[in-house]
Design a protein around this ligand. Structure first.
Ligand code: LLP
Length: 445
């Protein structure tokens, strides 16, 4: 019997060997756990690079020239920013901190975008110092603030895009959806604020208006939202041109491409996505009588999400009798909501597997929980696990690469896990494990 690929939602190279143990990029997770401890995020580097490359190729095939910005909020480290850039992506940052990582990675300023609904002067100044390729402006006052900074510093006009809301609401959860109107991001097309901001941007000589930006949500599994948003943005672009004579050269349609979290879930296919959006853009531009803009996108989750699993050590295993008579086995692991807040925050579903051995064929209804002082500290709501799962076993949770480490906390003074990149049979620590000394070092007594 040869090794069996686990397939989605697991990292591309994850396979179960004849001995029952799972390997990623040829590395036995038992060895990794022994050498690096648990919990740990295990990231398949080749999978990350392939995903970045495949997505870029699909979009280039559909659009010709196109810019793909890797959304660093999903997960950013110096190495990952470098990989993204090596694979021909630019880097989208949402704060001064993310910008600092991208710059530390050696990504040229021109290939970085800066977002944020509440950027500080320090963040804007840093972006201007770095010569970022674009600042995505989120309010009318921000336009004036950037213009004032440019005026006081001298130098070239700042390249800006204006973030608008199209009214399209897409994605998995209300808090993840960012383009409906009653929320903090962007300027409403329907309400007229978007056009006002664009007109203001055209007026200010300290700004170079590159284009219009729209991000409609996250974990989207249907291309339709993007095509509707694209039409709204392109109509606005045409209206601005009619009013000012300036046809802005660029349109960014954001990120949000959904992935598989559970076995059998079908992720959004980049090729189909790219084709559908390209068709909608060229139809809309033909109708409007405007040449097509240069398109850009900002995917995060779809590139990094599936590349990573979280490796935990099983501790307490406790059967709990439910009201309906069923028994649910609570499997506690050595991490929890501090390394993956998504189940608690969004009700997100994940899957888990025993990875140090196969276990018995008989399975039990299990819930994977963490070690935090909170009953909502759930890692996997419901999963079938081998009935003989026991303390000391290794359990992995799939598809934790996006918004796992990047949203991790130190709740209960639990140090955050390391991020280990695996590739061609070896592992490398991208971000080391936090220690109690790291935490106590912040506490001045
Ligand atoms: N561009 C902008 C302007 C965004 O706001 C986001 C995500 C992205 C790109 C990348 O979206 P992605 O391709 O990764 O879906 N913490 C939530 C997701 C929040 C997304 C925020 N914005 C989660 O864990 O599901």
């Amino acid at each position: 019997m040869s090794p069996t690929r686990l397939g989605l939602p697991w990292p591309a190279s994850a396979e179960r060997g004849e001995d029952g143990a799972v390997r990623v990029a040829g590395i036995d997770l038992r060895t990794l756990a022994e050498q690096q401890g648990t919990p740990a995020y295990v990231l398949d580097e080749a999978d990350f690079r392939d995903r970045a490359r495949t997505l870029r190729a699909a979009f280039e095939a559909a659009f010709g020239a196109v810019d793909i910005y890797y959304a660093g909020k999903a997960f950013l480290s110096v190495a990952v920013a470098r990989w993204a850039h090596e694979e021909g992506l630019r880097v989208d940052t949402a704060t001064g901190g993310e910008l600092a990582v991208a710059l530390r990675a050696g990504v040229p300023g021109a290939d970085i975008g800066l977002h944020g609904n509440n950027k500080s002067d320090a963040e804007l100044t840093r972006a201007l110092d770095a010569g970022v390729g674009r600042i995505i402006v989120d309010s009318l006052p921000e336009l004036d603030r950037i213009a004032a900074l440019v005026r006081s510093r001298g130098g070239e006009p700042a390249p800006v895009m204006v973030r608008v809301t199209t009214g399209v609401h897409a994605g998995g959860h209300e808090y993840i959806s960012t383009a409906h109107e009653d929320q903090k991001f962007g300027l409403s097309i329907a309400g007229g604020a978007a056009l006002d901001a664009l007109l203001r941007a055209v007026e200010l000589p300290e700004l170079r208006l590159l284009g219009i930006h729209s991000h409609i949500g996250s974990q989207i599994l249907d291309p339709e939202g993007f095509t509707v948003a694209a039409r709204a943005v392109l109509a606005l672009r045409a209206e601005l041109a009619a009013r000012t004579g300036l046809l802005v050269p660029e349109v960014d349609l954001g990120g949000g491409f959904g992935i598989a979290y559970l076995p059998g879930e079908v992720p959004l296919d980049p090729e189909r996505m790219a084709k559908d959006i390209a068709a909608a853009v060229s139809d809309a531009c033909a109708d409007l009588g405007t040449p097509a803009p240069r398109l850009s996108f900002e995917p995060g989750r779809t590139i990094v999400g599936p590349t990573t699993l979280t490796l935990y050590r099983v501790g307490t295993v406790k059967p709990v009798r439910l009201d309906d008579g069923r028994v649910r086995t609570y499997v506690s692991v050595d991490g929890g909501m501090s390394d993956n807040i998504r189940p608690a925050l969004y009700g997100a579903d994940y899957t888990a597997a025993l990875v140090n051995r196969t276990g018995t064929a008989e399975t039990v209804l299990a819930r994977v929980v963490g070690k935090h002082c909170e009953s909502g500290d759930i890692v996997v709501h419901e999963v079938q696990l081998p009935a003989d799962i026991t303390a000391g076993d290794l359990l992995a949770v799939a598809a934790t690469g996006a918004y796992g480490r990047s949203m991790a906390s130190n709740y209960n003074h639990v140090p955050r896990p390391p991020v280990l990149a695996v590739r061609d049979g070896s592992a490398r620590v991208l971000i080391r494990r936090e220690t109690e000394d790291d935490l106590l070092g912040l506490d001045l007594g």
